[in-house]
Ligand binder design. Structure first.
Ligand code: NI
Length: 152
């Protein structure tokens, strides 16, 4: 595994719409491993492929230590409620904003074995799913934030 360089806000890579994965090759599974290592090394709870310079529809999420979700070609198929909470991004270190997100979402994705699954998330997991799926369409949390949060 290898730790990858994280692209920062202002880089045009983060504004591109990513291409779907049509075949899960060893290169894709290696990318997943590297993304998990990179996310953990940066103490993040989610990372999307464009953040490491790869324009493919792939993201990893770990909001609960040891429980990693790998999302390939994810699609949010249901959402409900509303939450206004703090959100940040590994591509925008040291900054946070309050965003308005659904309180709960259901996402459908493939895992690394090509098996389709559905994940229901609420609260922080719902925010992470929305945040990472947005990355795959070139959207950043600052696009939907209600206000930025300054550190004391
Ligand atoms: Ni992010």
């Amino acid at each position: 595994m290898a730790k990858l360089k994280i692209v920062k806000f202002g880089d045009e890579t983060l504004r591109k719409v990513c291409r779907p994965v049509d075949e899960i090759t060893p290169k894709i599974t290696r990318l997943l491993d590297d993304m998990i290592e990179t996310m953990r090394a940066a103490n993040g709870c989610g990372l999307a492929a464009p953040q490491v310079g790869v324009l493919r529809r792939i993201a990893v999420i770990e909001v609960e230590e040891g429980v990693v979700y790998e999302l390939i070609n994810p699609k949010i198929i249901a959402y409900s409620g509303e939450q206004k909470e703090t959100e940040g991004c590994l591509s925008n270190p040291g900054k946070w904003g309050i965003t308005k997100r659904p309180a709960a979402v259901t996402v459908r994705a493939l895992n690394r074995y090509g098996k389709e699954y559905e994940l229901n998330g609420k609260d922080l997991l719902a925010r992470a799913i929305c945040h990472e799926c947005d990355h795959l369409d070139g959207k950043l949390y600052t696009d939907v934030q209600i206000k930025s949060v300054e550190e004391d």
